[in-house]
Design a protein around this ligand. Structure first.
Ligand code: GLU
Length: 343
């Protein structure tokens, strides 16, 4: 799309991670993100979130773009087409994260930490954050500087950087789908990791830095990331950045209510393409899950656009039932229980 967006119109983003193939679950979330922005004449960017090196799969980044295009999604800026905020690939944006880390450090809001994952696990009394370990601040105030922390570690290991979470504060925000949300971050996750080493910015810091730098005004993503949002809001404030609106939408789950895994069937968009399905069938099914189409209806994204309404998006998670699997000719994949993608 090359039209000039009206002033004040939304800027959204699609942020795939190349840690697995695009499947029905993340395709549904991307579709909602696309519809939300396009229905208001806004702009969309695509950012490749490839910081999680060990989990990246070769070829997954290109395949994700290809699958999204096949479904009919488009974007105005991205790694394939460039744009005013290039680069759009996180591994090429490390200087931005290092600068933000330096700001936090200069403000006394980041400190070096030498704890291993095991140190943190041992100190764990009860499960806290659903998406990570509670960190009780063992290294808070312990080292004068990064060098001092490095000296206590074996050569070859580097300290991490953690964010100093304010004590006793409840972070509140209005989610565009879930409504009012509140979380006391120091009680739930504690001081969280900003970077695994000086150059190794993690998801939490990178996503905040990038969404702010790229002028993103709304974030539509799966509600597995709802618990991470208060941490991100603390970073926005600490870096004097304006946060976007957050809209967390239900995930696609198995019949037992579990996150989609390979054993639930091959729901990769690539597999559906290979089985000869048309994009209209897949969009129709995704739209039916949302409550915006009849069962078996085929439609393009453009046809779906006028039906988009967050107020009518079904509140329940979308379930991969035998009926859905039959309609999309989804094969049982069997095998391991590996998740289909990172989030
Ligand atoms: N890259 C993440 C994913 O693939 C999304 C992160 C976000 O939306 O904040 O799920």
């Amino acid at each position: 799309m090359t039209q000039i967006p009206p002033p004040g119109s939304p800027r959204g983003r699609l942020a795939p991670s190349p840690t697995g193939a695009l499947h029905l679950g993340n395709a549904r979330t991307f579709m909602i993100a696309w519809l939300s922005v396009r229905s208001r004449g806004g702009t969309l960017l695509l950012r490749m979130e490839d910081l999680d090196h060990p989990k990246n799969k070769p070829g997954a980044a290109g395949a994700a773009l290809d699958d999204l295009r096949w479904l009919g999604l488009d974007w105005d800026e991205g790694p394939d087409i460039g744009g005013p905020h290039a680069p759009y690939t996180q591994t090429q944006r490390r200087t931005h994260y290092a600068r933000a880390l330096e700001t936090l450090r200069a403000r006394g809001l980041a400190y070096p930490c030498v704890c291993s994952r095991r140190d943190v696990e041992v100190g764990q009394s009860a499960p806290h954050a659903e998406d990570g370990l509670f960190y009780p601040g063992l290294c808070r105030g312990r080292f004068a500087d990064y060098e001092a922390a490095r000296r206590v570690l074996h050569p070859g290991r580097l300290p991490a950087w953690r964010f100093r979470v304010p004590e006793g504060e409840t972070v509140r925000f209005e989610d565009g789908f879930h409504g009012p949300c509140a979380q006391q971050v120091d009680a739930l996750s504690g001081d969280f990791v900003l970077a695994r080493d000086p150059d190794g910015a993690g998801y939490m810091l990178a996503v905040v830095v990038d969404d702010a730098a790229m002028g993103v005004t709304e974030v539509v993503r799966g509600d597995d990331l709802l618990p991470a949002t208060p941490r991100q809001l603390l970073l926005y404030r600490a870096l004097d950045l304006a946060p976007p609106a957050f809209i967390h939408v239900p995930l696609v789950v198995s019949e037992e209510g579990r996150r989609l895994a390979k054993r639930h069937g091959d729901t990769r968009i690539g597999a559906l393409r290979a089985a000869g399905l048309a994009p209209e069938q897949v969009i129709g099914l995704l739209a039916w899950w949302c409550g915006w189409a009849a069962w078996g209806e085929r439609l393009t994204l453009r046809e779906l656009l006028p039906r988009f309404d967050l107020a009518t998006l079904r509140r329940e998670p979308a379930v991969l039932t035998p009926q859905v699997k039959a309609a999309l000719k989804i094969q049982d994949a069997g095998g391991d229980d590996a998740r289909l993608s990172s989030k």
